[in-house]
Design a protein around this ligand. Structure first.
Ligand code: ATP
Ligand code: NI
Length: 347
């Protein structure tokens, strides 16, 4: 996995919102991760932990009161440093495709899905001529399982699930090297969830005839079943920080997650212990010092007054299961003073 060329490389990404009265919201703090060609990284975590803000930062779609730090390299381009003209002309849709979290809000209300899709196909592909464009538009809809007999509807005439599929179809048109899908399966029933995530997966696996290193998928989701189905790797976010990076097989199977929060997320699933994590995440405007999860964590000790560094848990780690994470970030890492180790598997 890690031998494949890196498509997206994020280092020290932080986002702060300046609020009235000088207050600051620490929406994303010091995120480090890579996504390789052919790979799907699923970003999971409770509502409000900063997932969508991270996605918006990558697309240059943050509001004016946001300040960013760090780097996010896509090939030769730093997405965080790019100016709006570059982002609008060469990045959004072409190099980075977005399936937005609120698709209805991103579709143009006064135009049919067919006309929006056709315009995008004409702008982003070489297809020309009425018949060819019409066929390519239908093919683009079919890729996201958007029904052909609904193409002439306006966004307000679509259910949430159909609007979602229209947005997915639009995001796939440009064959972008990075696809960012923010909750791409909200409002879909299980069968369509599977079809949608499989299509996103096919997109990153499809052969790429350009010189680019390949395609990668960053999928934000609440749906852990969908994450398990398509992700190669999992990133767990809590209170603005990525607290665990893990191979998806190890995360959902054996040895399971390392971070107590990640374990809590899995234990909350109906087909597992169905036991929610007690308490609530902290407000990102008033984060506690130290580990933000400590107040909810059964393993917390005095050590947790210090923010735990992201620490390598991969095959190269030491006998204790940990060693300081090198740069570039380890593929498997956890930010916890008391992570679960392999012996805790049945705990
Ligand atoms: N424009 C803004 N100004 C101030 N705070 C903001 C702004 N946009 C987002 N936030 C805050 O940033 C935090 C992270 O929000 P974000 O939308 O990224 O969460 P999320 O993990 O995507 O949640 P969900 O799963 O519900 O979509 C939230 O506390 C939110 O209130
Ligand atoms: Ni979100």
């Amino acid at each position: 996995m890690t031998q494949r060329p890196v498509v997206l490389s994020v280092r020290g990404l932080s986002v702060r919102f300046r609020m009235p009265g000088g207050r600051r919201v620490a929406a994303v703090t010091d995120a480090h991760f890579d996504v390789a060609a052919g790979e799907c990284l699923a970003l999971i975590g409770e509502s409000g932990c900063g997932k969508s803000v991270l996605a918006s930062a990558l697309l240059g779609l943050l509001p004016a009161n946001a300040q960013t730090a760090g780097r996010a390299r896509l090939g030769d381009l730093d997405l965080l440093a790019a100016d709006e003209r570059t982002l609008a002309r060469t990045v959004r849709g072409r190099r980075v495709g977005l399936v937005p979290q609120s698709p209805a809000a991103h579709l143009t209300p006064v135009r049919t899905v067919r006309s929006q899709l056709a315009e995008t196909v004409a702008a982003l592909t070489g297809v020309r001529g009425r018949d060819a464009l019409s066929a390519a538009t239908r093919a683009a809809a079919a890729r996201a399982a958007f029904p052909e007999d609904h193409l002439d509807r306006h966004p307000h005439e679509l259910s949430g699930g159909l609007a979602q599929r229209a947005a997915t179809a639009l995001a796939l048109v440009g064959d972008a090297s990075l696809l960012v899908a923010d909750e791409p399966t909200t409002g879909l029933d299980r069968d369509l969830v599977d079809r949608t995530v499989d299509e996103l997966r096919r997109h990153v696996e499809a052969p790429d005839d350009s010189d680019a290193p390949g395609r990668a998928l960053l999928m934000i989701t609440h749906d852990l079943e969908a994450a398990e189905r398509v992700a190669d790797r999992i990133a767990v976010m809590y209170a603005g920080r990525i607290v665990e990076l893990a191979d998806a097989g190890a995360f959902f199977g054996v040895p399971g997650p390392r971070h107590p929060y990640s374990r809590g997320l899995l234990r909350a699933l109906p087909d597992r212990a169905f036991t929610p994590i007690p308490g609530m995440p902290p407000e990102l405007g008033t984060l506690p010092d130290g580990c933000a999860f400590a107040a909810r964590c059964t393993r917390a000790t005095d050590a947790c007054v210090d923010v735990p560094p992201m620490t390598d848990t991969g095959p190269g780690a030491t006998a204790e299961g940990v060693s300081q994470a090198p740069a570039p970030p380890a593929a498997d890492a956890v930010a916890c003073h008391h992570p679960h180790v392999s012996e805790d598997i049945r705990a």
